[in-house]
Design a protein around this ligand. Structure first.
Ligand code: HEC
Length: 106
């Protein structure tokens, strides 16, 4: 009985993991919308912007030189790993990218 329960639990866990792997892990777009969008929306304290605001090299520099800190320190809300994913999303959809995104945060 106990064994059956344990195997059952693993089955559910495995199913969840399988189901989650593409959709549940945070991607750059989601992180951008939630983490940056927390302040950069029409109700927030920062200006609303879209990835096309800058060219890819400008986004690279923005993150590399931690330029946000001059405006506001966000190191408590965005981890380095998250920043890396967000940077990739912004660079991939920057003004000079193949797939620019002009729709801003809401
Ligand atoms: C805690 C709130 C907060 C969070 C979180 C936040 N920002 Fe900001 N951001 C601000 C404020 C405040 C400013 C400064 C606005 C000003 O200059 O008056 C700013 C400025 C900026 C600017 C400069 C805009 C300009 O007009 O020069 C950019 C670009 C920017 N943020 C990008 C981001 C990105 C990308 C993220 C997510 C990684 C992010 N911000 C997260 C509050 C935030």
């Amino acid at each position: 009985m106990k064994k059956t329960l344990i195997s059952f639990a693993f089955l559910i866990l495995g199913g969840l993991l399988f189901y989650c792997s593409p959709s549940c892990s945070a991607d750059g777009e989601t992180l951008f919308n939630t983490k940056c969008g927390k302040c950069h929306n029409s109700r927030g304290q920062g200006p609303v912007f879209a990835p096309v605001r800058y060219a890819s090299s400008q986004w690279e520099r923005f993150f590399q030189r931690n330029k946000h800190k001059r405006k506001k320190d966000i190191s408590k809300e965005v981890t380095p790993e998250e920043a890396e994913l967000i940077k990739k999303y912004l660079v991939d959809h920057a003004a000079d990218s193949d797939r620019p995104i002009a729709a801003g945060l809401r």
